[in-house]
Design a protein around this ligand. Structure first.
Ligand code: PZK
Length: 287
């Protein structure tokens, strides 16, 4: 009998459904966004690459932090997960100075309450990774918030625990990835509480959609870095002179093929597993 699922939420490129009271189904599409706009052209297998990578990290980090993963479906893009009480904040960890962290630093010498050394350049590695959580915004960009606002949202003890887990998770994944030629400059994840009140890693983990992936062999601080996964798309869009407002442009076949190859390359470098092995049996990443 076909399964009936209730749709509960849509992200830009993912969908969330209810399976039952305890379980959700997270489905990653092949849609791609750039400059915050979802493009009309899909990247074949992108959703499978991101689903497999996330499940790989969940398996590798289970001794660092519990996670919501129950199992992968045979389609390779659908994750069955435990339903949690989500914390009302996005856990952001930065190991390098990019994006809004770099913007804040240029203005104030600090980001999210972390005073940083003088003289840092764009994309420099930070002395230590820092926790810079933000609020969840339904529309537009997440807002950076102060320590006091954060403590008011979740309480001091919960905040300290989230910070400790977030930094430990980032340290693990960033070291692992750096040894395989990929810099994870920063990352964002979501934590939830299970019925026992334990903090649990949810959503996606250390994918190129939730993190900045940079090719380590091209790393040159002092300016912006190329994106491991989306650089062909960005270059194409810049060359078109598109104004970065919707609708975005269709992508030509060579940009699609080159971008798909980069996603598959990230998957294979990080997991050490062939992508065709993953397609044949998605659970290979969890063993
Ligand atoms: C949950 N999101 C964000 C992700 C979307 C929206 N395990 C969980 N338990 C309860 N809630 C969530 C999760 C997870 N993961 C995650 N919203 C709720 C989100 C993907 C697509 F539309």
């Amino acid at each position: 009998m076909p399964e009936t699922l209730t749709h509960v939420a849509s992200g830009k490129v993912r969908e969330l459904f209810t399976i039952d009271d305890e379980r959700l189904l997270l489905v990653a599409s092949d849609r791609i966004s750039t400059f915050d706009v979802v493009l009309p052209t899909e990247i074949p297998d992108k959703g499978r690459v991101l689903t497999g990578l996330s499940a790989f990290w969940f398996a590798r980090t289970r001794d660092v932090c519990a996670n919501h993963l129950l199992g992968l479906r045979a389609d390779g893009r659908s994750t069955e997960c435990r339903r949690l009480e989500m914390l009302p904040l996005e856990c952001v960890v930065r190991g390098y100075l990019a994006g809004s962290g770099w913007k804040d630093y240029q203005r104030t010498g600090a980001t999210s309450g972390h005073q940083l050394p003088e003289g840092l350049r764009e994309s420099d590695r930070l002395p230590e990774p820092i926790f810079t959580p933000s609020t969840k915004e339904d529309v537009g960009h997440d807002q950076n918030i102060s320590f006091d606002e954060m403590v008011a949202l979740v309480g001091a003890a919960r905040f300290a625990e989230a910070e400790r887990l977030a930094i430990a998770l980032y340290q693990f994944a960033a070291d692992y990835a750096r040894a395989r030629g990929i810099i994870i400059a920063d990352t964002k994840f979501e934590l939830g509480l299970d019925a026992d009140g334990t903090l649990v890693l949810a959503d996606e983990a250390f994918t190129p959609d939730s993190s900045r992936f940079w090719p380590a062999d091209e790393y040159a601080p002092g300016g912006p870095q190329p994106s491991f996964d989306k650089q062909f798309v960005r270059d194409y869009c810049e060359a078109l002179g598109w104004d970065k407002t919707p609708p975005g442009p269709e992508l030509p076949d060579d940009v699609v093929a080159g971008t798909r190859a980069r996603y598959v390359e990230a998957f294979e470098r990080l997991t050490g597993i062939g992508f065709d092995e993953y397609l044949a049996d998605p659970e290979v990443v969890s063993r």
